[in-house]
Write a protein that binds this ligand. Sequence first.
Ligand code: UT7
Length: 325
Amino acid sequence: MRKVGITGVGEYLPPRVLTNADLEKMVDTSDEWITTRTGIKERRIACANEATSDLALKAAKEALADARLNPEELDLIIVATITPDMQFPSVASIVQNALRAKTAVAFDVSAACAGFIYALSIAQQFISLGTYRNALVIGAEKLSSVTDWQDRNTCVLFGDGAGACVLKEVKTGGIISTYLGCDGSNMELLNLPAGGSRLPASQVTVEARQHFLKMQGNELFKIAVRTMTEAAEKVLKQAGMDFSDVDMIIPHQANARIIMAVGKRLGLSGDKIFLNIEKYGNMSSASTATALVEAVKEGRVKKGDIVLLDSFGAGLVWGACVIEW
Ligand code: UT7
């Protein structure tokens, strides 16, 4: 089996910033509530004419340039998203065309906030088996398009963005282990009810606001802490490591309190926990992706470091990954 590593990273965050002060004018909330309950200060919002593929494409170009890989050489493109431009074709197909990556196979993965780790794991399998030489993995979301801006329980939490990475065979380091999980029995805790085959779009579904995401945050919170802790323990065990080996945990950014609770249970000190939730809120699959990209760009992750990715979200799904950088 070939070793597979990340050889280039990129991100795109739309320039428009929506602050907690802006939200105070839209719903009955306060900067104090949002900051203390979630750690979020602001989030990015894409333009009306910008779709998820536009965000994905910009992140992809930066990652390809960083990896010094021409799009024509790409073998595989996977986009993790729950906010595709349209029901079909996939965002990955749209990105493949925009990049003119003519020989790349392309598809989307729907695994919500764990989507980036699911996609990394799939790409790793293809490359390690020798099926493909390289892959572009993107986590991209325009969650503002499915957010109910009248619902204070959810609208303060989410934002738009994209993170991307290029995977190739490497001689040293790379992905050491991945661990994925799913529990469909709790799907009602976080979902978007209408617009699919069960409840196709109609005047009734629009009037009932069923095209916006619905979340039972309090219940999810407890499951998130427990599940992310277990996923981190399992993936490290698979890697033959323990928490003292970890230089940086890069978790899904749903809530700073969830992240700190997981860190505490794992015995990781604050300087080993990467947080960017205050700038971007929860961007589902793009959260872990951009957090990894920013940790690398800021020099918080250096060559030889052991990085632990850990995500959890709607499905319910979860995933963790150990990488030697
Ligand atoms: O990314 C996928 C995974 N997602 C998650 O894991 C999210 C997990 N959940 C969370 O992050 C938290 O549960 C939330 C941030 C969503 C909510 O925080 P909480 O501490 O669990 O609050 P809560 O839902 O228990 O609500 C507490 C109170 C309620 O008022 P009452 O019933 O106590 O009077 C809410 O109505 O806070 C109220 N509230 C708000 N108040 C001001 C809810 N949203 C707001 C708001 N501003 N935006």
